[in-house]
Design a protein around this ligand. Sequence first.
Ligand code: GUN
Length: 283
Amino acid sequence: MAFIIDGKAIANKVKAEVAEGSERLVREFGEEARPNMTLIEVGSDAVSKKLVGMKANDCEMTGIVPTVIALSESTTEEKLLRLIDRLNRDDDVRAILCQLPLPEHISTKKVLAAIAPEKDVDGFSARIDSDDYDVAACTPAAVMRMLRESGVEVAGKHCVVVGRSNIVGKPMAIQLLLNDATVTVCHSKTENIAEHTRRADVLIVAVGRAHFITGDMVKEGAVVIDVGMNYIDGRPTGDVDFASVEPKVSMITPVPGGVGPMTRAGLLVNALKLAERACERNK
Ligand code: GUN
């Protein structure tokens, strides 16, 4: 029987730390130092709206002031870029998040690049050529924290990442490398994926395909982290076929209740860090 890594419990611990950090900042520098987050949503996609609502609620629970700006589906790219420019210049705005996906007529790349790195709460602009990688992409940072909390040391281990998205796969590989892991990244063009996944001490899966990893694709005793969130008949399901994988491995994250709650907690961690840095700059 594998140890089930409880993302919700770890997320609660992280949220308590953030709430404490927010109050510490206010005690030290006054109410104007309180962390805040401006969340931009474009269009009326129900899932995105729900997620933005949950993120704003998380902020409120941890002493971070959220502001939601809801724009219509027909908003032009130019208008969105102008808004981001205004928020970038506004010294009272500490953190900016633009919820993805954006409507097709808007370039995600341009919009994300427009967010000032010192306000990029998603951590999408974290640079690998910088020693300062602590405002990192939330999902990979969440995975690293879950591994640490579960006593998994990645240094020297063979970690296999399945998926190469800009949001998860690529920054995940970098964060593992920065923690001295030996990293293999598999993707849709990789031949014989199972040959790679079977060699993983730590397997991290973010492909967006339900039950993609099955029991025959993992090594006995491996640690498996499932970043996937798919829906089958309205029920959330990961990228890992839990039923066949769990009996073989030493640790595994469930879906739901695994990486999901931790990713959102990672956003709060970043919001606090951005607010702390703003205080340091203004000292
Ligand atoms: N949409 C789905 N996941 C994310 C995320 O991590 N950040 C943003 N901004 N939008 C998302």
